[in-house]
Design a protein around this ligand. Structure first.
Ligand code: 1HE
Length: 260
């Protein structure tokens, strides 16, 4: 299945009710130009019926070289704000859309590519992955949400170091510090992502909704408000017929045990 009006730099297909979105500009290392970013907005605003999880993957040797630098040089300050806000709008659509998103990383996951990956809910990194924020060295600043999302994954000190010194983390280090939740052999990322996507798709809808939309707001709220939001979400989730059925299935021996 192809979405309408998406640029050649993106490709979509649905496999087993999982939407696979491919960054498809390998000759430019999947550099993210405006057409690609707007295409992602279109895709994540129009998730086909029945799809319960999405995967983002990069064609070629790299996940993404980040912002397309060839589009940057002529922009003035006002245009720069609007451009950055466009990225924010689109990556919010990825993070707060209708389905959880698994990113499969390999090769360069840098700058805006890392910002896109950070907006996803799960990151599976192949061994070849490396992470950097070259904005520091290019004389610019992050503009696609990294200041908000990255410190939550790795802490502010590590992000500061990446930009001040150009530090590059390899895949194993990235997993240790929280850039990815999974580390797999080269070439094994997509299979792992499909395996995870199938598990995600089997969850109750309200659980996935709570994890995507409520948990991040709880984390941003103070303790008092956060705990109240947790109680309200717990009450709503447990009230759903699907939750009641799942609990009965466990109590009557029909459900899998933890780890099975
Ligand atoms: C590009 C881009 C790009 C490659 N914009 N065209 N991001 C960066 O600063 C990373 C810049 N890229 C690199 O450091 C390297 O390209 C890689 C390490 C990712 C890959 O190296 P390699 O040897 O495989 O490829 P290459 O030979 O450097 O590049 C192949 C082509 O892709 C070449 O074009 P060609 O026409 O000469 O073949 C490159 O110019 C082109 N290319 N990366 C445009 N980024 C919302 S704000 C976010 C701010 C940022 O993301 S800043 C960080 C930008």
């Amino acid at each position: 299945m192809q979405h309408n009006n998406i640029p050649p730099s993106l490709h979509t297909e649905v496999r087993d009710n999982i939407l696979l979105v491919t960054l498809n500009r390998p000759d430019k290392r999947n550099a993210l130009n405006d057409a690609t970013i707007l295409g992602l907005e279109n895709i994540f605003s129009n998730i086909p019926d029945g799809v319960k999880c999405a995967i983002i993957y990069g064609e070629g040797k790299h996940f993404s070289a980040g912002l397309d630098l060839s589009e940057l040089s002529e922009r003035n300050a006002v245009q720069g704000v609007h451009h950055s806000r466009m990225w924010h709008r689109v990556l919010d659509k990825v993070q707060f859309g209708t389905v959880p998103v698994v990113a499969v990383l390999h090769g360069a996951c840098v700058g805006g590519g890392l910002e896109l990956a950070s907006a996803c809910h799960i990151r599976v990194a192949e061994n070849s992955t490396f992470y950097a924020l070259p904005e520091g060295q290019r004389g610019i600043f992050v503009g696609g949400g990294a200041s908000v999302r990255l410190p939550k994954l790795i802490g502010m000190a590590r992000m500061t170091d990446m930009m001040l010194t150009g530090r590059v983390y390899n895949a194993a280090e990235g997993e240790q510090i929280g850039l990815s939740q999974y580390l797999v052999d080269d070439g094994a990322g997509l299979d792992k992502a499909f395996e995870l996507a199938q598990k995600i798709s089997a969850n109750a809808g309200m659980t996935n909704y709570a994890l995507m939309h409520v948990l991040p707001r709880i984390v941003d709220a103070g303790q008092d408000v956060g705990l109240m939001m947790e109680s309200l979400m717990a009450a709503i989730a447990q009230d759903a017929p699907e939750a009641k059925q799942r609990l009965r299935d466990f109590l009557e021996g029909r459900a899998k045990k933890v780890g099975e």
